[in-house]
Ligand binder design. Structure first.
Ligand SMILES: C[S@@+](CC[C@H](N)C(=O)[O-])C[C@H]1O[C@@H](n2cnc3c(N)ncnc32)[C@H](O)[C@@H]1O
Length: 369
C-alpha cells in the first residue's frame, strides 16, 4: 500500500491463493464484481426456492472422521460450487473461491480449538443447517469494500506483486542476491501448530489436494518439522555451530526430561526443537542472501513452552541470525501475553507452565551489514 513492489513465499497453496487474491482484487472493476455478486445471489436464491439439484460433488479424497458438512449444509455448499464453476478461470473466480474457503469451516461440523477438530469433541453441537450463501455473500461484500479502500489508498500507484507458492528456502531460485530492502515474515512458531493439517478442508475443496500424498510435500517443506515425524528418532541435533552453548544446553536439559514417557518425553521434543533451530539457521542464511546491504528483516515469532520449560525462541533466532553475520538491531515485544499454544493445552503436555513462563510475541529486527 506504500507503493513498493512485493514478493512473497508461502508453501500452503490455500494461503498463497488468499494472499495473491488480496493483493490483486483492487485491479478488478467494481462494476464487474458487483454484477457477479448479484448474479450469485440470484442463482443461489433461485436454487433454494426451486429444489435445485447441484451438479458439483464434494472432493472424493477428502476423508474425515465425522461428517464434515451436515446434509442440508452440504447441499448449499454444492450450490455455491455450481455457481463458482460458471465463472471463467481468473481473479474474479478466485475472489469467490477465497470467499467460500475463508468461511467454509464456520458452517462445518469442525472448528478450530485452535487445531481443527470435530465440534462434538469440543462440546459444541453440529451445524445442521446454515445460511451458506449469505455467509459467502457477506464475505464478498467485505472483500469489495477492502478492495475499494485499497484502491483509494494507492492513489493510482500500481506496484507489482508476486506470490510464489514455494518455500522461502528456495528463494535463491527466484531472487537475485542482495535485492530485497525489507523482509517481513512470521514463520511457524515452535508450537507444533500444523498449518497444513489445519487447512486440509481448504486444500481439498479448492482442488489443491486429492490424496494424502499431496499433503506430504507441504509437510516436508515446512519451516520446522512436526514433532510427530521426529519424536521417534534417536537424536536430532543442531547441524551448525554457535559461539555460545545456550541453545545446545537448553536442548540437553529438554532431552533429559521425562525419559519414562518414551516418545512423549523430552527426547522427542528436543528432536523437534533442534530441527526447528536448524531451519532457523537455513532461514538466516536465506535472509542474508535476499537482503540488500543495510536492508532490514522483521521476524514475528513467539516463545514456547516445551515440557514445562520456557524456550525464548526470539532470542535464539536472533543469536542464530548473528552467527551468519546479520546484525541484531532490537527485539520488540508488541504482545507480552499470548494464549492458544497447542502444546500447553495438548494432552502430551508434561509439567505445568510456571507463572514466569508466560507466552509472548516478539519482533526480531535484523539488518544486513
Ligand atoms: C505463523 S503463519 C503466518 C501466516 C501469514 N504470514 C499471516 O500472518 O497470516 C506461518 C506460515 O508460514 C508458512 N510456511 C511454513 N513453512 C514455509 C516455508 N518454508 N516457506 C514459506 N512459507 C512457509 C505456513 O504455511 C504458514 O502459512
Amino acid at each position: 500500500m506504500s507503493g513498493h513492489d512485493a514478493i512473497g513465499f508461502e508453501i500452503n497453496p490455500y494461503a498463497a491463493l488468499a494472499c495473491r487474491t488480496k493483493l490483486n482484487a483492487f485491479r478488478l472493476s467494481l462494476g464487474e464484481v458487483q454484477e457477479s455478486v448479484e448474479r450469485f445471489k440470484g442463482f443461489y436464491a433461485q436454487a433454494m426456492a426451486s429444489g435445485y439439484t447441484p451438479h458439483s460433488q464434494p472432493p472424493p479424497g477428502f476423508k474425515t472422521r465425522g461428517e464434515f458438512y451436515s446434509p442440508k449444509v452440504l447441499e448449499k455448499v454444492l450450490v455455491v460450487q455450481d455457481f463458482i464453476a460458471t465463472l471463467k478461470e481468473g481473479l474474479l473466480r478466485d475472489l469467490f473461491r477465497v470467499a467460500f474457503s475463508s468461511t467454509m469451516v464456520s458452517y462445518s461440523n469442525y472448528s478450530y480449538e485452535p487445531s481443527l477438530g470435530r465440534r462434538v469433541t469440543a462440546g459444541k453441537e453440529n451445524v445442521e443447517d446454515f445460511p451458506v450463501g449469505e455467509a459467502v455473500g457477506g464475505k464478498l461484500r467485505e472483500m469489495v469494500q477492502d478492495s475499494e479502500w485499497m484502491r483509494a489508498q494507492l492513489k493510482g500507484v500500481n506496484p507489482t506483486s508476486q506470490v510464489f507458492s514455494e518455500s522461502f528456502f528456495k528463494c535463491r531460485e527466484r531472487l537475485t542476491s542482495g535485492s530485497v530492502d525489507l523482509l517481513i515474515t512470521s514463520p511457524p512458531y515452535l508450537n507444533n501448530y500444523h498449518y497444513n493439517r489445519n487447512t486440509r478442508p481448504h486444500l481439498y475443496w479448492l482442488g489443491y489436494a486429492e490424496t494424502p500424498s499431496d499433503m506430504k510435500p507441504l509437510e516436508e517443506e515446512n519451516f520446522g518439522k512436526f514433532w510427530q515425524t521426529v519424536r521417534e528418532r534417536e537424536n536430532v541435533d543442531l547441524d551448525f555451530k554457535l559461539k555460545s552453548e545456550e541453545i545446545a544446553e537448553c536442548l540437553r536439559t529438554l532431552r533429559e526430561k521425562n525419559p519414562e514417557k518414551g516418545i512423549y518425553g523430552g527426547n522427542g521434543w528436543a528432536n523437534y526443537a533442534a530441527s526447528y533451530f536448524n531451519d532457523c539457521y537455513k532461514f538466516a542464511l536465506a535472509t542474508k542472501y535476499a537482503l540488500k546491504r543495510r536492508g532490514t528483516a522483521l521476524v514475528v515469532i513467539g516463545n514456547s513452552i516445551l515440557q514445562g520449560g520456557m524456550i525464548p525462541t526470539d532470542r535464539y533466532l536472533a543469536e542464530i541470525a548473528e552467527s551468519v553475520g546479520l546484525e541484531l538491531i532490537d527485539i520488540h515485544i508488541p504482545r507480552a501475553t499470548r494464549i492458544g499454544n497447542s502444546i500447553i493445552h495438548s494432552d502430551v503436555r508434561v509439567g505445568v507452565a510456571e507463572e514466569s513462563h508466560k507466552l509472548y510475541e516478539a519482533v526480531v529486527e535484523l539488518r544486513k551489514r
